[in-house]
Design a binder for this molecule. Structure first.
Ligand code: GLC
Length: 472
């Protein structure tokens, strides 16, 4: 009996594992996604939500940005074309950031801050009257009712992205610092403690669960990108309920790793992981300058080469890159970001077979650089970050070294060019099974202007020697 029970457990775990890996397949193959942070914060170019939360901008001044959020030149088709051109296979857009402004047609009302709350947080500021109210409390806090954009911005985006063949992801902040029933407001102070007023917390949960349900029904997202889970426990958010709201009608939806244990994949932010992130599937989210939203004063853009180096680091560890852009309040995308996406696109198109659908590359110790492997593990792609030498006649080749490869290399070429890569094997002892060291001589004229990819065809699936050298 006991045995049967364990067999059953084993069976259900393996079925679960199988369905999970099928569900995550498109995500694991996609490799590149574009993150879009768009909201009222683009109006003054201030940091998204954090500026009022941390006290750098008064709350009323922050919320007043709604009056300037026009989306006047918003062209979802152009956004979709640019994202496709970058080589990304999915896009994730902010439906609602921590400031509580919904970009879709939510029906949930956000009550107005009470006078008592207001006086506690802003003792020296006059409580906004009906005339200069922060928002109309009779209508939902959404771009439709509270901004000159006067429309739902998510529906047209979801349509344009899907028509362009992109998977559609929705960023949604669980925490909502504007909602009067949400415990936290400003950094140092809470509105209340859940334990002191559980009914108030329940009201907030109800609001938030209904919003998620709206997003699910209206857009059926391929991916949910939750944020802000750190402010409450899994039980407090009732994450099980969120999971069931989504998966009952949208069983294939993927959840990012910010809903405590319910996440499907890890989401390191800005910094490269050195060891493999906790979950098998993972995605690094990265700003193109230093801000998530549009901030014209932030000119510290990463170069295309830096972004591509980071991208190949992710590929090497079997992960994805979610590269962020921050459109302006009128819906135009900053020039620097357009340029970056186009340059990334030139590179991803040329090297597509070394990127999409690949798996993590060589473990460390075999090659000084990043690499990927084809699904059948019979093609190895080596990334070489050597900028083309400008007319330096001394530098006619780039030498690469590869150690511990038991397979035979049946062809070696520079991807996206016709150049063959001559190779030489040294240190092979005829009677020992320990492989020799491979030297590859990459012709300088075939180098890419950013990162060159060397394609090695192997006679059989990758087989590595991992011993101590010598005759063993
Ligand atoms: C952080 C921030 C948020 C940003 C997000 C993107 O969690 O709270 O402002 O949207 O990272 O990864």
């Amino acid at each position: 009996m006991k045995k049967c029970f364990f067999l059953f457990l084993f069976y259900s775990f393996s079925v679960q594992a199988q369905t999970d890996s099928t569900r995550l397949q498109w995500f694991n193959d996609a490799k590149l996604g574009i993150f879009i942070h768009w909201g009222m914060y683009a109006v003054n170019g201030t940091s998204e939500s954090w500026s009022f939360h941390n006290g750098t901008v008064p709350y009323a001044v922050y919320m007043n940005q709604m009056k300037g959020f026009s989306a006047a030149k918003f062209n979802p088709k152009q956004w979709a074309e640019l994202i496709v051109e970058s080589g990304a296979k999915y896009a994730v857009v902010t439906t609602q950031h921590h400031d509580g402004l919904a970009l879709w047609d939510t029906k949930q009302l956000t009550p107005y801050p009470s006078k008592t709350d207001w006086n506690t947080f802003f003792p020296n500021q006059v409580y906004p009257t009906k005339k200069n109210a922060l928002w109309n409390p009779e209508k939902p806090l959404s771009t439709i009712y509270q901004t000159p954009a006067a429309k739902d911005l998510i529906t047209p985006l979801s349509k344009a992205f899907r028509e362009a063949g992109l998977k559609f992801g929705t960023y949604y902040s669980l925490l909502d610092w504007s909602h009067p029933d949400y415990p936290k407001f400003l950094k140092e102070t809470d509105r209340y403690k859940i334990a002191d007023d559980p009914a108030r917390w329940k009201r907030f949960l109800n609001f938030m669960h209904h919003q998620i349900s709206e997003i699910n029904t209206q857009f059926s997202p391929d991916l949910y990108w939750f944020d802000g889970d750190w402010e409450h426990s899994e039980a407090e958010w009732n994450a099980a309920k969120i999971d069931s709201i989504i998966h009952t009608s949208n069983p294939k939806a993927i959840l990012n790793g910010r809903l405590h244990s319910y996440g499907d994949y890890s989401t390191p932010e800005q910094n490269m992981p050195i060891v493999h992130p906790e979950k098998k599937s993972w995605e690094l989210c990265l700003t193109s300058n230093e801000s998530w939203g549009y901030q014209p004063s932030d000119t510290n853009y990463k170069t295309t080469n830096e972004v591509l180096q980071i991208f190949t680091e992710c590929l090497n560890m079997g992960g994805n890159l979610l590269l962020d852009i921050g459109p302006k309040a009128d819906g135009t995308i900053p020039e620097e970001q357009i340029k970056l996406l186009k340059e990334v696109g030139r590179w991803t198109q040329k090297h597509a077979e070394a990127i999409y659908g690949t798996t993590a590359g060589l473990p460390s110790g075999h090659y000084h650089g990043n690499s990927t492997l084809s699904q059948d593990r019979k093609t190895l792609y080596l990334f070489v970050n050597q900028i083309r030498s400008n007319g330096n006649s001394q530098n006619t080749t780039i030498d690469l070294m590869l150690k511990g490869l038991k397979n035979q290399i049946t062809a070696a070429e520079v991807l996206g060019s016709n150049a063959k890569v001559p190779l030489k094997i040294v240190g092979k002892i005829s009677w020992s099974w320990v492989p020799g060291t491979v030297f590859l001589k990459v012709p300088a004229e075939s180098l890419d202007s950013e990162i060159t990819v060397i394609k090695l065809t192997l006679n059989s699936p990758l087989d590595l020697y991992e011993g101590r050298g010598g005759f063993h």
